[in-house]
Ligand binder design. Structure first.
Ligand SMILES: Cc1cc2nc3c(=O)[nH]c(=O)nc-3n(C[C@H](O)[C@H](O)[C@H](O)COP(=O)(O)OP(=O)(O)OC[C@H]3O[C@@H](n4cnc5c(N)ncnc54)[C@H](O)[C@@H]3O)c2cc1C
Length: 218
């Protein structure tokens, strides 16, 4: 299968790597746009406390957090250890003991399904500042021990290198989607047409413009 992945932020790089492990013929293309979110992201991996009330989003985000240790292990076996990944725990901050309790109850309700969130503990403002001194003095916190952080730039570069070793081609350039008769045929990069069985739009904030030729809007 020929897969073209457009965008090599953390999403496109991870997709290209996973597809290359599965044996696809992968081409990963990126135009290095200013504003790539992966270069700005804080890298906090702690989706469990999210206030988003969409079960599909929550399943996707929590499954992604669950996948990290295995991904980090697989990359390490491949010699890629500089990812900036570490399980460091996270603090969810709030301004009252009452709200702190609500947050902890939401977390505890999700704990059975997502045990990798680890221990959930309530910290008063003094305890919270003990862990992170720059906090304001009246911040109550819920501590989640399983939370981690990753350096998006490092891990996406590692994923691209590993995909390359598995045979993926990494190309610079601005890709335009090419469609005919209601189907995606591939992409055009610098006047060169690249046919594909499937195209992944990992184009971040530029996705609306990229998928427009397919008649799609997000
Ligand atoms: C300030 C900030 C803090 C954040 N903090 C966190 C956090 O703590 N935890 C967390 O989980 N998330 C965080 N995020 C969100 C996270 O960074 C993004 O969800 C993630 O990086 C998105 O990755 P992406 O690969 O989808 O997009 P991007 O990283 O934006 O990559 C898209 C790529 O597509 C390329 N591209 C676009 N169009 C084309 C085209 N036509 N042809 C070729 N290439 C193209 C661009 O050049 C770009 O490299 C944060 C985001 C920001 C901005």
């Amino acid at each position: 299968m020929r897969l073209v992945v457009v965008g090599s932020g953390i999403v496109g790089s991870a997709c290209a790597y996973a597809a290359s492990v599965l044996g696809a013929d992968v081409i990963l293309i990126d135009s290095d746009r200013t504003g790539r979110a992966t270069s700005a992201g804080a890298g906090i991996i702690s989706p469990w406390a999210s206030a988003v009330d969409d079960p599909e989003w929550n399943t996707l985000a929590c499954s992604a957090a669950r996948a990290y240790p295995a991904l980090v292990g697989a990359l390490a076996e491949d010699g890629e250890t500089a990812l900036g990944y570490r399980q460091v725990g996270a603090l969810v901050l709030t301004d009252s003991a009452e709200r702190q309790r609500e947050i902890s109850l939401r977390l505890i309700a999700r704990q059975a399904r997502w045990p990798e969130m680890g221990e959930v503990s309530l910290l008063d403002p003094g305890q919270a500042r003990g862990l992170f001194p720059p906090l304001r003095p009246d911040a109550w916190a819920v501590h989640i021990s399983g939370a981690a952080r990753v350096d998006g730039r490092l891990i996406s570069a590692a994923l691209r290198r590993a995909a390359g070793r598995n045979g993926a081609t990494v190309l610079p350039g601005d890709a335009a989607l090419r469609c005919a008769h209601g189907a995606v045929e591939g992409v055009t990069v610098a006047d060169q047409f690249l046919a594909a069985d499937a195209v992944v739009a990992a184009t971040g904030a530029w996705t609306d413009a990229f998928v427009e030729p397919a008649g799609l809007t997000l």
